[in-house]
Write a protein that binds this ligand. Structure first.
Ligand code: HEM
Length: 435
């Protein structure tokens, strides 16, 4: 469905909140809206009247009722570029595609990806230890792209396909910035993106053929190829899903990693505790996928996800009338939930604006109270892989030194497509004598 088809229908009984200041402080505006009106209120969002859902209880209610009533609101541009990718599918096709994709992205499959991830991360972390970097987020985005290419497609850095893949992928990503409606047809990025999509499908087909034969191990591709070999057409083609996974992985995981490292740079005591765990990982990399292992590194992940949720908003459209927070929402209404609205509730997270990973260690807070990976029908399918990639990067980095931000923390932040520093952020690793 396209944004053009969504004439905003009234959600008349829902309290209205002004959108003043949303461009510069979106989380502050959402927090204030929920403080005043509770889990559900409405507000103009990018010029369209939208019902905002948040708080722990509000998001939980949305996830419980969404199936068959709310659909992911994707623009015509997203449909053109991503075809029948997971987030463009509905009903049975969507459920079937998730069922087929999940085993390669979670559970026992993860242990097989650890050596290839460490191979990709090692040289990058080594360069940071030696020379630092002038642009942490830019470097982390590149690294996330390389990790995803290795794990999802079996493409190692330096291979012939690596450069072709990276160039086509960048063109494809640029196309997602084209206008969402009919104006996309007059935008050069759109046509370049359509042609990049074809090039990427060619790379995927080549890698899939190799995956059936002598491709390097440590990749999800052979499992995915096998899962989709006899898949029903309604589950969509694997090529479309691969592109969606690569896109869904990149900005989000890069954002999480950037904020983990930024916060560790400001919290030397916790960074030292985490570095001790990181050294244990170099002796036993299986700890990265061990149940209950690495509590300190995991507390850093949880607290960064709480304080710096990568995604600001996820969009839905009501496809039939429904009730949220006691308010009737008509079909056609645009609905959005914020994964992080609820992460700053002082009753659940005391001193909510401070980075205190210890709250997850001491059992004062539970990571199950976080919605950073969404929930319900479209909950993040890549969560276990995202957490593995983030733990692996943090471990490799902390083995080599303690993070430092020579120019201090970022002062200007953008929130979309994922929360990230706007300006280049210098980053260094200080070597400490091992105690
Ligand atoms: C820190 C990293 C990540 C965060 C915070 C994150 C967050 C999210 C959120 C909030 C959603 C729900 C969107 C919605 O409700 O519309 C989502 C969906 C999704 N994510 Fe992630 N994600 C991350 C990493 C990944 C990775 C690494 C992958 C793949 C390898 C991935 C694949 C997906 C897919 C395929 C969906 C769509 C699921 C569906 O529509 O059924 N994500 N993610």
């Amino acid at each position: 469905m396209s944004e053009q088809s969504t004439a905003p229908a009234p959600a008349a009984g829902v309290p209205r909140h002004p959108d003043d200041g949303f461009a510069t402080d979106p989380l502050g505006v959402l927090e204030e809206g929920h403080r005043r009106h509770g889990p559900v209120f409405r507000m103009p969002l990018d010029g369209v009247e939208t019902v905002l859902v948040g708080t722990w209880a509000g998001s939980g209610e949305l996830f419980a009722v969404e199936r068959g009533r709310l659909e992911v609101l994707n623009t015509a541009l997203v449909h053109d570029l991503f075809g029948r990718a997971l987030f463009n599918l509905t009903a049975d096709g969507h459920g079937e595609a998730r069922r087929l994709l999940r085993p390669a992205l979670s559970g026992r499959a993860l242990a097989g990806y650890v050596p290839s991830l460490l191979e990709v991360i090692g040289p990058v972390a080594g360069r940071w230890a030696q020379h630092g970097t002038a642009d942490l987020h830019g470097q982390v985005r590149e690294l996330t792209g390389a990790m995803s290419a290795r794990v999802l497609l079996g493409i190692a850095p330096g291979e012939a396909d690596a450069a072709d893949f990276a160039a086509a992928f960048e063109k494809f990503v640029s196309a997602t910035g084209a206008p969402p409606g009919p104006a996309r047809f007059t935008d050069r990025r759109y046509w370049a993106g359509r042609s990049a999509r074809q090039d990427l499908h060619t790379v995927f087909a080549r890698r899939a053929a190799q995956a059936a034969g002598d491709a390097p191990g440590g990749s999800a591709l052979p499992g995915l190829v096998a899962a989709f070999a006899d898949a029903p057409a309604e589950a969509g083609p694997l090529e479309d899903h691969l592109l969606a996974l690569l896109i869904a992985a990149r900005e989000t995981t890069a954002s999480l990693l950037t904020w983990c490292l930024v916060e560790l740079a400001g919290n030397g005591e916790h960074a030292r505790l985490a570095a001790a765990e990181a050294r244990a990982v170099s002796a036993d990399p299986a700890l990265l996928v061990g149940r209950g292992a690495l509590p300190v590194l995991r507390s850093v992940l949880a607290e960064s996800l709480r304080l710096h949720s990568p995604n600001l908003l996820s969009m839905r459209e009501a496809v039939c009338p429904l009730t949220l927070g006691g308010h009737r929402i008509e079909a056609g209404t645009r609905v959005a939930y914020s994964p992080s609205a609820g992460h700053f509730d002082p009753a659940t997270f005391p001193r909510p604006y401070s980075f205190r990973p210890g709250r997850f260690l001491a059992g004062q807070a539970s990571a199950s109270r976080l919605w950073a990976f969404g929930g319900g029908a479209h909950a993040c399918l890549g969560r276990p892989l995202a957490e593995l990639m983030a733990l692996a990067v943090m471990a490799c980095v902390l083995q080599r030194g303690l993070p430092r931000l020579p120019d201090g923390p970022p002062s200007r932040i953008s929130f979309r497509p994922a929360k990230a520093p706007i300006d280049p952020l210098p980053f260094a690793l200080d070597q400490e004598p091992v105690s």
